[in-house]
Structure formats: C-alpha cells, structure tokens
Design a binder for this molecule. Structure first.
Ligand code: FES
Length: 351
C-alpha cells in the first residue's frame, strides 16, 4: 500500500521542544497501518501554499490497538515541525502514508539487543524496546541514550515506566553533554572512546544479537565504526539517520545518457513512461513528471520511503544514507537517488 490515507489526530502530548501525536487508526485501516517496530510514518501537508512531506518514527507500543504515536521534534527552521507544534490538535486531520522503513526489530526469545540513541534518535528505538519487552518473555534490551541535558530527554516518563515494569530485562544509561554528571563515564557524546569505554564497563564484552544506532550522522558513523573495530559482526549493526547531510544531487550526476523505457510496478499495477537522453531527472522525478505517483518523503537518500527493487536494467545511485549493503546487493534502490543508466528499466515497489 503506497497511497496516502486521511487520519485523525486523537490526542497530543507535549515533549521537551516537541510534541507527540497519537493517530487514530480506524478498523478498516488497521491492516494498512500494521507496522514493524522501528518503522516510520510519512505525513503530507500543504503549508504556506507548498506541499511538504516529512517522516517521523513510530514510538508507541505495537500492542496498542487503533493507535500509533509519533514524536515530532521542533526544528528551528523546520517548516513542518514548527506548524506541527501549534496548528494541529486533537481532531485535526492529516494525510499519512502507511508505515515504511527497514530500521526494524522483530525480537526473539532469549536475545539481547543494544541501542545507542541521541536526541530524537530515541523514537524508533522506543518501539523496539516495547516489542522486546512485551512480545517476548526473555529478550533483554540495553539502551544508551545521549542528550544535552536532563530536561532535553525525550519520552522520559515512558522509559521510566518500562524500567519500572521490566527492570530485570531492560536497562537504560543516560549520557549528557552539557550538564555536569558525577560519573565521567556518563559525561559526553558517543564517540569512539566513549563506545569503547561503554563496551569495557557496561556491556562487558557480552555479544549482543543486534545493535541499533540512531542519531545525527557523525554519531552514527563513529558508533558503527567503533563497534566494528571492537569486533562486532557488521551484519548485526543497524542504523538510521534522521537528518540529511544537506548534500544535493548535482545536475551533471542526474543527466540521463540514453533514451530509456521505464516500467514501474506499484500496488499490483504496471505504469510505463519514457526517458529522453539529456534530461536531468531521478527515477522519482521522471515518474512524477509522467503522472505516476510514487511514495517519497525526504528526497535526500535518508528516509528510504522511496525504496524499491530494480528488477531490470541499471541505475546510478547518487546518495545512499539508508540502504544497507545486503539491500543494495539484493537489488534495492532509492528511487529519489537513482538515475537511469540503461535503455530498459523496471522497478517494483511490491517486492
Ligand atoms: S525519499 Fe527519502 S530516501 Fe528517497
């Protein structure tokens, strides 16, 4: 399902410099909005005459029925996030794409999961913690959560409630960068030295079954590289960026070099259009120009809402901040970053 649905905001709750929207999911849309913990929703709204799309991770427990929570952090110059804090209330309606994303956890009995989250990087991790605690009886979860100061900690009450209920299986360690803490270990951001110290003192070299890292790009790069350096199998390390690095696709990279015929399969239907050599467009932009509506949000290679499979042909992917190696090897691409490089191309959103 790749079509926007109109949902109603059931209630809102404040967070430090942010807001939680609880979306009401009517019975006839429950199947469309079933999700795997860690996935996100993409919202569409016209703000000041411009259509904006933004993705926010689901942070509620999968056990909730007919409800999904997302946390929207206010960004200083964020056109959508600012309006989200003030102009949307219980009863407001908004266009929403069904859940997507592959930064996910389907927990198994007896496994141990470790997460490093910074700031609003906690949001996809929360759903994973709920799932590990509520959907299994024996999985454990260790959360390392970094913020500037205590008052910035998002979902504090929810984390505390999980700790109260599942204390033997769920442990959380808060790290602060701009507020003094008594133990030096908990002071500072997640860099290579900090991750090694955490591994030595808190994880104690116990191998986990999955490591989940979410936060700003440099934090993700540093944590993931250090985990690999200390011997963690790269296949067990998963990450999700929530901010674009601001890179744009240059026009030269977007130039289509030969005429091409494109087939797009989505929701069981095939759509066809042609590309002309010399045109500058990604597959997503070409489809849009041909009147074929495809799912997207960031258009920056970060959110993976536009992920699809290359069935036939060749493309050049310009930026990729979200697909993992196994996905690109399996033929998955980001249509917002893919430029045609062969005369025949078939992509599918149904695989
Ligand atoms: S739309 Fe976000 S990665 Fe393509």
């Amino acid at each position: 399902m790749h079509k926007f649905k109109t949902l109603t905001i059931k209630r809102t709750r404040p967070q430090p410099n942010g807001i939680i929207w609880t979306m009401y999911i009517p019975d006839d849309l429950v199947a469309d909005f079933a999700y795997i913990p860690g996935q996100h929703l993409t919202f569409k709204a016209v703000i000041n005459g411009e259509e904006l799309r933004r993705s926010y991770s689901i942070c509620s427990a999968p056990s909730k029925t007919n409800e999904i929570d997302v946390l929207i952090k206010a960004v200083d110059d964020g056109r959508f996030s600012q309006v989200a804090q003030t102009h949307y209330h219980a009863g407001s309606k908004i266009e929403v794409l069904p859940p997507s994303g592959h930064f996910t956890l389907e927990p198994k009995e007896g496994e141990l999961y470790v997460a490093f989250a910074a700031g609003s990087g906690i949001t996809p991790i929360m759903g994973m913690i709920y799932a590990a605690m509520q959907q299994t009886e024996t999985a454990d979860f260790v959360l390392f959560y970094g913020n500037s100061k205590t008052s910035d900690v998002l979902l504090h009450d929810e984390i505390a409630a999980l700790k109260d209920q599942f204390g033997a299986r769920f442990s959380v360690h808060f790290f602060l960068t701009q507020q003094r803490v008594d133990m030096p270990l908990y002071q500072g951001r997640f860099d290579a030295e900090k991750v090694k110290t955490i591994n030595n003192h808190l994880i104690k070299h116990v191998g986990a079954d999955g490591y989940f890292v979410c936060g700003p790009g440099p934090m993700i790069d540093s944590v993931c590289a250090t985990l690999e350096e200390i011997g963690v199998d790269p296949a067990l390390i998963h990450n999700e960026r929530f901010l674009s690095d601001g890179q744009e696709i240059s026009l030269a990279e977007k130039t289509i070099k030969e005429d091409a015929g494109v087939t797009v399969t989505i929701d069981g239907a095939n759509h066809e259009f042609n590309l002309t050599a010399g045109t500058q467009a990604t597959l997503l932009e070409s489809a849009d120009a041909a009147g074929v509506e495809l799912p997207y949000s960031c258009k920056a290679g970060v959110c993976a809402t536009c992920r699809c499979k290359l069935v036939v042909g060749e493309v050049e992917m310009i930026n990729n901040y979200s697909l993992q190696e196994w996905e690109t090897k399996a033929g998955y691409i980001l249509s917002c970053q893919a430029v045609a490089r062969s005369s025949k191309i078939h992509i599918s959103f149904d695989e």
